[in-house]
Design a protein around this ligand. Sequence first.
Ligand SMILES: [Zn+2]
Length: 481
Amino acid sequence: MTGIIARTLVLCLCLGLGLAAPRGGAAGAAGTTTAAPQGGAAGAGGTTTAAPQGGIFPFAVKVETLENGLKVVSLPLSNPNIISYYTIVRSGSRNEIEPGKSGFAHFFEHMMSKGTKQVPRAAYGDFLARLGAGTNSATTDDFTCYSVVFAGRDSLENVVRTEADRFINLAPSEDMLRTEAAVIESEYYAGASDPARRLIETLRDTAFERHPYKHTTLGSLKDIQELPNQYEYSLLYKKRFFAPDNTILLVAGDFDPAQLAAFVRKYYGAWKISNYDLQTPVEPPQEKARRARIAGPAGAPARIAVGFHGPAFSDTAADKAALDLLAELSFASASPLYQKLVNKDRTCRSLTADFPDTRDPSLFVISAVVNNEGDLPTVEAEILKELERVKAEPAPAARLADVKSRRKYALARALETTDGAAATLAFYLNLTGDPGTVNRIFNLRDRVSPRDIQDAARKYFKPSNSATVTLTGEAAKGETP
Ligand SMILES: [Zn+2]
């Protein structure tokens, strides 16, 4: 869902990384890779090939897991000379399980560009410049992704060596931590008054009690301010998560897979396994509706967000896929409610539903920006009425087919370029570690019936499972903007 970007993604070296879950569906059989399960070093040394299965993701993918648990996914493509090199570290808000320790995943996204003894920061920059490479990094709720896109298969060994070095040999000093903590605090303040960010931060804090999705990727200001005093903890965080058994390497494009495998074994083989077993706190079932109201910057239009606890990403159970389709059917720009509230009555400036694909259960969020604060109750009532309608009436088959086909088309478009294919696969690898997920999820969405959508709506859209936050532009009401 593109909404994941707005909600949870912190982009620091923005060059257009397409890490949103592609919308799409797929025909054909599911992939049959037997790649090692997510996390841990299971399947060490094993190699398998996921052959194309006639699904929407048609490429052959090779998966190898090194002895140290590093999973290497190679995706040879025919676009001449272009290579996308992705390092997917499963480090995000989800990993920040201790109270007072939010923001570390994002902090390490910054630290990974600090350079090492062997390749100092300036030398790394020179190397990339000579290569003419585009680089990017982004942190989400579940993972941090680093990419280097370059032309020239002859440079592959140098890229493997240099990328391996920056992950294996980063040795953060206390000075580096303090310098970067200040940068991160500035980054926090730069967006602190953004009403959309404040709304979602408050919604997550209201809806979650125990799970680290309670906080956004940026972390809380209090924790960011405490960062300069967290040197020891930062070393622990790095040891736990910046390790081969928590990392997936994805290389897509014009290269020889056998050569890549040899380079990877040569340069990543010495990376020490972590064996850390992350136990993410389980969110207890919510028992009654929650509500919060915050004041936004003066003059900002009023907003509402209504969130429901929903299921985690799954490429086998229909609930999540059904709710994804529901989000589009009921709240996207072609939906009758959007047409009414945004286009016809002009009550709302925008209306969206966002349900990110995440490894643990997260929130299905419907949000709206209204033109007049006094319309907030009406808009809330309209949203809830739409959800009741979905429970009662099956989705029209033709509209459902349209939504599915639009998603397929969008995905097919994304797969036309090397980096589009890499970004798509990287996103799904983050979720399950298994390249077969791409075809499985699109096959699953294709099978979702109007009845599945009704069942999912009845299961999740209950008042007791909801959290509602409003933001009004009037700081005069005694609340701090
Ligand atoms: Zn940043």
